[in-house]
Design a protein. Structure first.
Length: 111
C-alpha cells in the first residue's frame, strides 16, 4: 500500500469516529482530485489529506496552498453537479502524522 493511501485510510477512520459518513474517495475531475468526500449532518465536506512521519522537514499542512484549494473547490462543484446536489459545503484539511491526526475545518471560502 502506498503511503498516501495509508494516510487517507487513517483520515477516513478518524472522520468516521467523529460521526462523518464517507460519501466518496479519490474523486477525480479535470481540475484535480478530492481525497475524501464526507457528510457531516446536512453539509458536504471535501477533505484534503496531507501526511508525513514527522514535522522535521516542515509541517505537512504547509503543502496546502491557495492553488490547491481552488482546484478542490472546482472539483467540489463538479462533484455536486454530477450528483445533482445543491447544498452547503466546506473544505477541510486533515493532517496525518505518525503520532496524531490534526483536523482543520473550513480552510477555504464558505459556500
Amino acid at each position: 500500500m502506498r503511503r498516501g493511501s495509508e494516510y487517507e485510510e487513517r483520515a477516513c477512520l478518524y472522520l468516521q469516529d467523529k460521526g462523518y459518513s464517507i460519501v466518496a474517495r479519490n474523486y477525480h475531475c479535470r481540475s484535480g482530485e478530492i481525497d475524501i468526500v464526507a457528510r457531516q449532518g446536512g453539509e458536504l465536506v471535501f477533505v484534503e489529506v496531507k501526511g508525513g512521519k514527522d514535522t522535521s522537514l516542515g509541517h505537512p499542512a504547509e503543502r496546502f496552498n491557495p492553488r490547491k484549494l481552488d482546484r478542490i473547490i472546482a472539483c467540489a462543484f463538479r462533484f455536486m453537479e454530477e450528483m445533482g446536489l445543491e447544498e452547503p459545503f466546506r473544505v477541510d484539511l486533515v493532517v496525518v502524522l505518525e503520532d496524531r491526526i490534526e483536523h482543520y475545518e473550513n480552510v477555504g471560502y464558505e459556500f
